[in-house]
Design a protein around this ligand. Structure first.
Ligand SMILES: [Zn+2]
Length: 121
């Protein structure tokens, strides 16, 4: 199991699947195909707790087809603790910037048709 499927499985258990380049050690998300630094396709996978802070987000008030029942929600970019990596995901019930200050603690709690699911930590 690798790539997007494995990444989703990790997210369902509150983890982030990372891929560390076997050649140069550069750290990537587990969905990576080749190392951004050296081009290698060999990685060592590891799982870490999916916790971090809100880096930025977009509030979705006019959702795409099929997502009407979820609105309002935010598409959030989380800065993963202890890394330079960022993960984007879905956060329910965000109607205005007052609901989600940048820098607040969040974590990954699941993965489904909405994508990676995030909640306040
Ligand atoms: Zn590399």
């Amino acid at each position: 199991m690798s790539g997007q499927k494995a990444f989703s499985e990790s997210a369902k258990s509150g983890k982030v699947l990372l891929a560390k380049c076997s050649k140069c050690g550069e750290l990537h998300l587990g969905t990576v195909m080749f190392c951004a630094k050296c081009g290698s396709r060999k990685f060592d996978s590891q799982e870490v707790d999916a916790r971090g802070t809100v880096a930025t987000y977009t509030i979705i008030t006019v959702p795409p087809d099929g997502f009407e029942k979820y609105a309002p929600y935010a598409w959030v970019v989380m800065a993963l603790d202890g890394t330079d990596l960022r993960i984007s995901g879905f956060m329910a019930g965000i109607a205005s910037p007052d609901d989600l200050p940048v820098g607040v603690r969040i974590r990954v709690t699941g993965d489904d048709e909405r994508g990676v699911i995030m909640e306040r930590d």
